[in-house]
Design a protein around this ligand. Structure first.
Ligand SMILES: Nc1ncnc2c1ncn2[C@@H]1O[C@H](COP(=O)(O)OP(=O)(O)OP(=O)(O)O)[C@@H](O)[C@H]1O
Ligand SMILES: [Mg+2]
Length: 253
């Protein structure tokens, strides 16, 4: 089966700063793939490469068998047009640490917006789905609230519903709970757990080791722009093999 994400020797630099130093990994269909590692190790950068918010300098990155951002003819790569990149990105939902909701729109409006604007969907169809998704993330009764009238955890659940409204085949999460007060984290993780159980393929950058252990199918520990260690979360977290992994885990577990 074609992996949902495949990275082959992915390098990324910002000017002289070499951030990703040859990332190789595969995320299978339906898998919850957790990425952990110290601050600055390149986790967010890698996520941003997956949906081509960043261009890679070398290597290959595929989503669902398609090269991200490029077309290959023979040995040569040709950059896709903006409209083609946008079409690829449409299939990938992204949820950030900061929820980035539209402040002037209600929760319902936020979830309805992209299908209407991007897919040209009718308001009625978009509304019906948005109501269903808000219900799914436990916010049916908050549909009319503006972001400023929602807690951080509620805003993050709206952000998840908003990403799901585009019916993505892959969801990327970049520390979705790290900006939240501790008592709000559980509800967001519950929504992610539910999403995982529904079979969604998810790449999750997280500091929530409990979530990684319970829900994750694979886990990668990154440090300094390389994959240091990977495997089943139970194994990597319970029996790390490398000193760098051990040192990191001793600080966060
Ligand atoms: N746009 C940019 N221009 C220059 N350097 C950048 C840029 N974005 C990230 N970096 C650098 O790349 C490195 C990796 O950053 P990245 O955000 O991927 O780390 P991270 O693993 O997500 O860390 P954190 O856990 O703190 O979120 C950092 O040293 C950062 O300063
Ligand atoms: Mg980050």
């Amino acid at each position: 089966m074609t992996p949902m994400v495949k990275a082959e020797g992915v390098h990324k630099s910002y000017g002289a700063a070499h951030i990703l130093k040859g990332i190789d990994l595969e995320v299978n269909n339906g898998e919850v793939f957790c990425l952990i590692g110290p601050s600055g190790s390149g986790k967010s950068t890698f996520l941003r490469c997956i949906n081509h918010l960043e261009k890679i300098n070398s290597g290959r990155l595929y989503v669902d068998g398609q090269l991200v951002g490029y077309r290959q003819k023979g040995d040569k790569l040709y950059e896709l047009k903006d409209s083609e990149v946008a079409a690829q990105r449409r299939d990938i939902g992204m949820v950030f640490q900061r929820f980035n909701l539209f402040p002037h729109m209600t929760a319902l409006g936020n979830v309805m917006e992209a299908p209407i604007q991007v897919k040209g969907e009718s308001r009625a169809v978009a509304r019906e789905r948005a109501e269903r998704l808000l219900d799914r993330v436990g916010l049916a009764d908050k549909a009319g609230n503006y972001p400023s009238q929602l807690s951080g955890g509620q805003q993050q659940r709206v952000a998840i519903a908003r990403a799901l409204a585009m019916e993505p085949k892959l969801m990327l999460f970049d520390e979705p709970t790290s900006a939240l007060d501790p008592e709000l984290v559980g509800d967001v993780l519950d929504v992610m757990r539910d999403l995982a159980e529904s079979g969604m393929t998810m790449v999750v950058v997280t500091h929530e080791m409990g979530f990684a252990r319970e829900v994750g199918d694979s886990l990668v520990f990154m440090d300094g722009g390389v994959v240091v260690e990977s495997g089943h979360p139970r194994d990597v977290l319970g029996n790390p093999q490398h000193d760098r992994t051990k040192a990191f885990l001793s600080k966060v577990l």
